[in-house]
Design a protein around this ligand. Structure first.
Ligand SMILES: C[S@@+](CC[C@H](N)C(=O)[O-])C[C@H]1O[C@@H](n2cnc3c(N)ncnc32)[C@H](O)[C@@H]1O
Length: 276
């Protein structure tokens, strides 16, 4: 058996999974034990705790309040990229002019925004489709994880993150860092002004989002939730959307024939089911 710095029993792993599920809806599989260990071992070191028993006691104590956010931040998976699953951005670009004409403004919620590549891709899409960096488009960029949201708000990325974007896009929407910022780019301020950053746990009963919305991007987070949680979210999303709005899910989050609320209208793209 491999020697580890902190003893980590099966019961402690199960307890941590249960706490994460309760707080964030994230259902971890049994294969994630070593991932959980390595991510939380950093917290144990930072807090100078002896073992996982002490860590669990801290979470349960009055002093544990602040640790909950670190706990969740440590255990989320934040993989993302600019224009990931690009077909969704083409769909959105085609719809934006009509939505703007109909309502005079567009509202989009990016509900698992991670480090910001997705909401900034939405802002770029809006600027291109509406031929303006100042179009009345509001994008809420939310996530449960406060670390990634902080990074998103800076709008700063390594050059590598934008490497696959066209030269036109890089020139139009990013500033290249010089001196100490060499090797980095910063998203133009006009794009950042389209975004509002908000910490939102999708499990919370109240979401600080202004409805009605034209589009909800909730991609590559449903996979972490169980079916009842997904169903609850699908129903709540439906109540926030304008009749012609769209819900965009991730590539593996197919609803089959749709759901009680949604019908498919493209690849992992859904519109509200019309009721008789
Ligand atoms: C794999 S990333 C997906 C990022 C982006 N949507 C994309 O498709 O590229 C999943 C994100 O969901 C967030 N997340 C997990 N549970 C959440 C919850 N209960 N409420 C809100 N966000 C959550 C994580 O913090 C993480 O940033």
């Amino acid at each position: 058996m491999e020697e580890t710095e902190f003893a980590f029993s099966e019961a402690q792993f199960k307890k941590i999974c249960a706490l994460l599920y309760e707080h964030a809806g994230i259902a971890l599989s049994d294969q994630k034990k070593s991932m959980v260990y390595s991510r939380l071992a950093r917290r144990l070191r930072a807090l100078q705790l002896r073992d996982f028993a002490d860590y669990l006691s801290l979470l349960n104590s009055d002093q544990g309040d602040q640790e909950w956010q670190h706990f969740v931040n440590a255990l989320t998976t934040n993989l993302t990229s600019f224009f990931r699953e690009e077909h969704h951005f083409h769909t959105l670009a085609a719809l934006l002019p009509d939505w703007l004409q109909a309502y005079g403004q567009v509202r989009i919620w990016c509900a698992a925004a991670s480090t910001g590549e997705e909401p900034y891709s939405l802002a770029i899409t809006a600027a291109e489709a509406l031929h303006s960096l100042h179009a009345p488009v509001q994008i809420w960029a939310s996530d449960i994880d406060t670390d990634v949201l902080r990074r998103a708000a800076t709008g700063v990325y390594p050059l590598k993150a934008v490497e696959q974007l066209s030269l036109e896009r890089k020139r139009a929407f990013f500033l290249r860092g010089r001196g100490q910022q060499e090797g980095q780019v910063r998203v133009r301020d006009e794009l950042r002004h389209m975004l509002l950053f908000e910490q939102i746990n999708l499990l919370d009963s109240l979401w600080r989002i202004e409805a009605p919305l034209d589009a909800i991007f909730c991609r590559n987070v449903f996979i972490y939730f169980d079916r009842p949680t997904q169903e609850r979210l699908l129903e709540r999303f439906a109540s926030l959307l304008r009749p012609e709005g769209r819900l965009f899910l991730g590539h593996s989050e197919v609803l089959g024939q749709g759901s009680a609320w949604w019908e498919a209208c493209g690849r992992t793209t859904y519109s509200l089911r019309r009721r008789a």
